[in-house]
Design a binder for this molecule. Structure first.
Ligand code: ADP
Ligand code: MG
Ligand code: MG
Ligand code: MG
Ligand code: MG
Length: 693
């Protein structure tokens, strides 16, 4: 949506001068859309997924794997095919877009899916056809992988075809990644550079390291040889120092990253839904927002950052920190804009509207002038606040040629601000230049899965959940402070088995779902339902590895269940059983139902711990590898073997990673004694000996 419009991007000191102007026009554009389109109704449920891939290049002789910057060439070839189809008046099989990393490709279906069950059944094959298309344009020894994060990104020499080190330092000024990592399209480097300039320093991303058996405490990463920007004498000295002593932003016991690419260079799975009209879109936005942490935990796939095992399983906080453009003042204290508590009156709720002002219980920073403008124009309080919150941001990428826009035909300024607000949900108004496209919401929290089966399963399950919520008039609303807590918990290591998540106790109308009341439930209970979880326990299934580890949570769920029983709360029904009941109402042909059942089974088995997440599988693979020293560091050869193992799973057409027998990997590793880690220097020259960089 205009994000990739070409032009001359302004450097930050210039762009800054136009911030107010862009915001003013952006709000006018939003208002224009709202005025023209708020009465729009009757749009079909169209929907589509977005998959982000990475291209890797193998050197099997050296047991190395690196990211391939040739992905940009592959992208050009794929976009040419797409445009040729459009020119012929045909619908292309897939639509291709650049992403932040030059080693990435984004693919969506060539045209959105519709509301039929047949559309659900077409998703997996459509995803496979995208992979086949791309695979035909890869170079020698290259492979297309759907990895949430490339495990070696930012380790020494992690990019094939990178330019010499001298050319590293203008855009990101990273110690670990050359600027070549970023797609050359003006928008991306400008974004990185202007974020850095606005915050007056590089981004600082610190992910807790996973303390393995041989990881020293405290863990201080030795200075990596990639700190190539230091001159020779300082470098010799620096190499004796831990990173956290050398760089003030690098924290002890954390994996430190210093560039936007570490977050924006991750891949995810997104799903966009078109709603019937603005009201349905708002309701869907609210209800699905509650589910974003649950789907994040279920799809967890990122346990390694910059070559180290992390104590988290997901990318989300890394993305947030990678695009943190706040000035030192804004980081240190509340922003200059007003922070409003939300004690305002709500318009009378419609019969089926479960929204309550009390759910907006987080202090929300808004631009008060923009809120006033929107309110004066007749926008209701909550939509006005939503937009006034987005608009506390400065536009980061301003194109000189696009400064003045006609709000009747363009929404570029609105989209500019909107697209640099990275949230788990996005509310997408109809673009003025695309009359067929209505009000949409985008679900953005999921991590990309390795296989088409998994990605299709999550996308399809989400669509079924959205339809089920509407069909059964489900109320998922939670106070936002609890959604935020859930998002933090979702990313923790083994969150599925170890964490509980706030959930509304009564979600169905006949359970009295207007009554308040929240419980901390395991994902197993949220997905599979309290009765199923209890029945499974009664049947004393032999516990799976993850299931055994999950007993703490299960007993938490038990006591929640006991409390609930005391208060006569009905057992939590579970999203999968509800979706099954919904599917029962559709009287599907057995073959169609069987296909969908496989997707539901995947989600259900992840939730119960019967199948590991990609993150758990990757972590286990590394820890069992004979060349892993138990010290959190993932050597190149291990990353190579990891990618090969995952690649083999895709090539064989396995539905999920867990079909790869982990035992086979482990078999020959049990005898291998892990060597002691080479301890990083814990003492060296005092940190004052080398000035901070
Ligand atoms: P963005 O990157 O801004 O989220 P993309 O164009 O990359 O947008 O992807 C949007 C997704 O929305 C695609 O899967 C596309 O198929 C889908 N889509 C396109 N038009 C509609 C529509 N009218 N309603 C719902 N989804 C749509
Ligand atoms: Mg996209
Ligand atoms: Mg994308
Ligand atoms: Mg992206
Ligand atoms: Mg998107």
């Amino acid at each position: 949506m205009g994000l990739l419009s070409l032009g001359t991007p302004l450097p930050w000191h210039e762009a800054q001068k136009y911030s107010d102007d862009v915001r003013r026009q952006g709000v006018a554009q939003f208002l224009e859309i709202w005025r023209r389109q708020r009465g729009r109704r009757g749009d079909a449920l169209l929907w589509g997924d977005e998959i982000e891939y990475m291209v890797v290049k193998y050197d099997h002789a050296q047991r190395r794997v690196r990211l391939s910057l040739r992905a940009a060439k592959t992208l050009e070839a794929l976009q040419t095919i797409e445009l040729d189809a459009i020119d012929r008046g045909a619908t292309p099989a897939a639509s291709w877009k650049p992403e932040f990393g030059r080693y990435m490709l984004e693919a969506t279906p060539g045209t959105p899916y519709g509301p039929r069950v047949a559309d659900l059944l077409a998703v997996e094959e459509n995803m496979r056809s995208r992979r086949r298309l791309a695979a035909a344009h890869l170079g020698a020894d290259e492979a297309l992988m759907a990895l949430t994060n490339f495990p070696l990104l930012g380790t020494y020499d992690s990019l094939a075809q990178a330019t010499p080190r001298a050319a590293w330092l203008t855009v990101e000024e990273s110690f670990f990644l050359p600027d070549d990592a970023i797609t050359g399209h003006a928008r991306f480097p400008t974004l990185a550079k202007n974020i850095r300039e606005r915050r007056t320093g590089k981004v600082a991303i610190n992910v807790p390291v996973f303390h393995d058996t041989h990881t020293p405490r405290p863990w201080r990463e030795p200075c990596p040889p990639s700190l190539g920007m230091l001159d020779a004498p300082r470098r010799a000295q620096a190499l004796h120092m831990p990173l956290c002593a050398l760089l003030p932003d690098a924290l002890e016991d954390h994996i430190y990253m210093d560039a936007m690419c570490f977050g924006m260079g991750c891949s995810c799975l997104q799903v966009t839904f078109q709603a019937d009209g603005i009201d349905e879109a708002r309701k869907l936005y609210d209800q699905l927002a509650v589910l974003t942490p649950v789907f994040l935990a279920l799809s967890a796939a990122a346990p390694i950052f910059r070559g180290y095992l992390a104590d988290v399983d997901c990318r989300w906080d890394v993305i947030s920190a990678s695009v943190d453009d706040r000035t030192p003042y804004e980081r240190g204290q509340a922003s200059a804009a007003a922070t409003s508590a939300t004690a305002a009156t709500t318009p009378a709720n419609g019969e089926r509207d479960y929204f309550d002002a009390a759910y907006n219980d987080l202090p929300l920073t808004v631009d008060p002038a923009i809120e006033a403008t929107l309110r004066d124009a007749g926008v209701d309080l909550w939509l006005a606040r939503h937009v006034a919150h987005l608009f506390i941001r400065d536009p980061l990428v301003v194109f000189h040629e696009l400064l003045d826009q006609d709000p009747a035909t363009s929404s570029d300024h609105f989209e500019n601000i909107q697209s640099t607000n990275w949230q788990t949900m996005r509310f997408k108004p109809p673009p003025p230049h695309m009359p067929d496209v209505g009000w949409r919401v985008e679900f953005r929290s999921m991590e990309i899965q390795l296989t088409e089966f998994e990605n299709a399963a999550f996308a399809v399950f989400l669509v079924l959940v959205a339809r089920m919520l509407a069909a059964f008039d489900v109320n998922l609303y939670l106070p936002l402070s609890r959604v935020d807590q859930n998002l933090a918990r979702a990313q923790r290591r083994d969150a599925l088995s170890q964490e509980t998540f706030w959930c509304r106790q009564r979600i169905l109308p006949h359970h009295g779902n207007r009554q308040p009341g929240y419980a901390a439930l395991s994902i197993d209970t949220i997905i599979n339902g309290a009765s199923h979880v209890a029945a499974r326990r009664r049947a004393r299934e032999p516990p799976s590895a993850a299931g055994a580890a999950g007993s703490a949570v299960d007993s938490a769920a038990d006591s929640a269940a006991a409390d609930a029983a005391a208060a006569a709360v009905p057992p939590f029904p579970g999203l999968v059983p509800l979706v099954n009941t919904f599917l029962d109402t559709l009287s599907l042909a057995p073959a169609a139902r069987a296909r969908l059942d496989r997707y539901l089974h995947l989600v259900s088995a992840r939730a119960s711990g019967a199948l590991p997440t990609n993150a758990a599988w990757i972590r286990a693979f590394v820890r069992r590898h004979p060349q892993y020293a138990g010290d959190s560091r993932v050597p190149e050869a291990v990353a190579h073997d990891l990618c090969c193992a995952m690649q083999a799973c895709v090539d064989r057409g396995d539905p999920t990673l867990s079909d790869m027998p982990l035992a086979a990997v482990a078999a020959n590793t049990d005898r291998v004694v892990m060597p002691l880690a080479t301890a990083p220097p814990t003492s060296g020259p005092p940190s004052s000996a080398v000035p901070p960089l």
